[in-house]
Design a protein. Structure first.
Length: 378
């Protein structure tokens, strides 16, 4: 029975040790993810390690897909990611990406996209954003959007209140830009990009809902309806004054912060990187996280967002599972320590029992020897 108890304890050590060896890597990764949940850069690095560990061709395949879809900027982002992680690529692939980037940044292509952004007010790259911002800085684009959406509102038609509010906010920021000799231009560019993302359907639902509520707060609807009723793009000065009167500057702080964060993303990743961030964002905090990620990862940000989605910005839905890994590891470790303790106690008890039995046996032999001695017999 004694040796059975020792064997049981040793079996417990072996079983718990084996389980801990299996659980420990998952628990270590879970702990690292939970510790990095408030740091988008660190969180994305951990998740990339796990993702790329199981697929060596993931980056190469995404580069091919990006080139096939005509997105040279995304392909270049994946090349930067591969270079940073020392992942080998076919010799011709970086050259093909470089040629595609040169073609995309050519003068003729830039001029065409600039003109498209200026005329249509929609942006999906640096050139078209430059044109869009130029139009908004000259108030043409924002007045166009305010007049169009404001008339829809006045006539009871379907109105995009988010575009309306962003355009009104943009007009006020534009006035500040002129006064500060360009000091507010980054905010202006950020608001323009949010507005463009909304127009082309690349604004996350959660962020769109939040921005819509914020936009409604900054616009005095009755006053704006009166302004647009007589407003016209052909009379920008008069229209601008009337619209600015309907704008509540004191309510625009949240939108201005959003514009600043979007601009931070643009500065590090480009327009398309900012569009990618706006598409997955569910609120202004996500955009702020995307800005922190972009500042840490630079040109690799688009590739990271493509691979991880919103999971690059924060911990999504996995906190309970991660906690289970840690809990399981803690229980297994407790079981291992308990088994070691039990084994130690039982081995010690067996050793003590053996010594006691030896002493008793020696004492019995000594007593028998004394009793059997001639002196005692006599």
């Amino acid at each position: 029975m004694k040796w059975l108890r020792i064997s049981t304890a040793l079996t417990g050590i072996a079983a718990c040790g084996f389980m801990l060896a299996q659980i420990a890597p998952h628990a270590r990764e879970a702990g690292a993810i939970l510790a990095a949940q408030d740091d988008p850069a660190a969180l994305s690095e951990i998740k990339l390690d796990a993702l790329l560990r199981h697929n060596d061709r993931l980056i190469q395949d995404n580069i091919e897909v990006a080139l096939a879809s005509g997105d040279a900027d995304l392909a270049d982002s994946f090349v930067a990611l591969a270079r940073d992680r020392n992942i080998a690529l076919p010799d011709d692939l970086p050259s093909r990406v470089g040629d595609a980037v040169k073609a995309e940044n050519s003068t003729s292509h830039f001029a065409k996209r600039f003109a498209a952004g200026l005329v249509t007010g929609n942006a999906d790259d640096v050139a078209s954003l430059s044109g869009t911002v130029a139009g908004d800085l000259f108030v043409i684009g924002d007045i166009r959007d305010v007049v169009r959406e404001g008339k829809h509102l006045a006539m009871g038609e379907e109105t995009d209140r988010l575009v309306l509010g962003l355009a009104a906010a943009g007009l006020a920021v534009t006035a500040v830009t002129y006064v500060s000799v360009g000091g507010a231009a980054p905010v202006r560019a950020g608001l323009t990009l949010v507005k463009d993302a909304r127009k082309v359907g690349r604004l996350g639902e959660g962020l769109a809902a939040w921005a819509g509520r914020s936009a409604r707060e900054v616009v005095d609807t009755p006053m704006l309806q009166n302004a647009v009723a007589s407003g016209s793009v052909l009379r920008p000065g008069q229209t601008l004054s009337a619209i600015k009167a309907a704008f509540r500057a004191e309510k625009a702080g949240a939108l201005v912060r959003l514009g600043k964060d979007v601009t931070r993303v643009v500065e590090k990743t480009g327009t398309r990187g900012a569009m990618d961030s706006l598409r997955i964002a569910e609120g202004p905090k996500d955009v702020a996280r995307a800005a922190r990620l972009a500042e840490a990862q630079g040109g690799k940000t688009r590739a990271i967002l493509k691979l991880l989605g919103r999971g690059a910005l924060l911990l999504i839905g996995g906190a309970f599972n991660l906690a289970l890994w840690l809990f399981g590891a803690a229980l297994t470790l407790l079981g291992l320590l308990s088994s070691i303790k039990a084994t130690t106690e039982r081995l010690t008890q067996a050793w003590c029992d053996r010594r006691r039995a030896r002493r008793l046996r020696q004492a019995r032999i000594a007593a028998e020897a004394v009793l059997a001695s001639p002196a005692v017999t006599a």
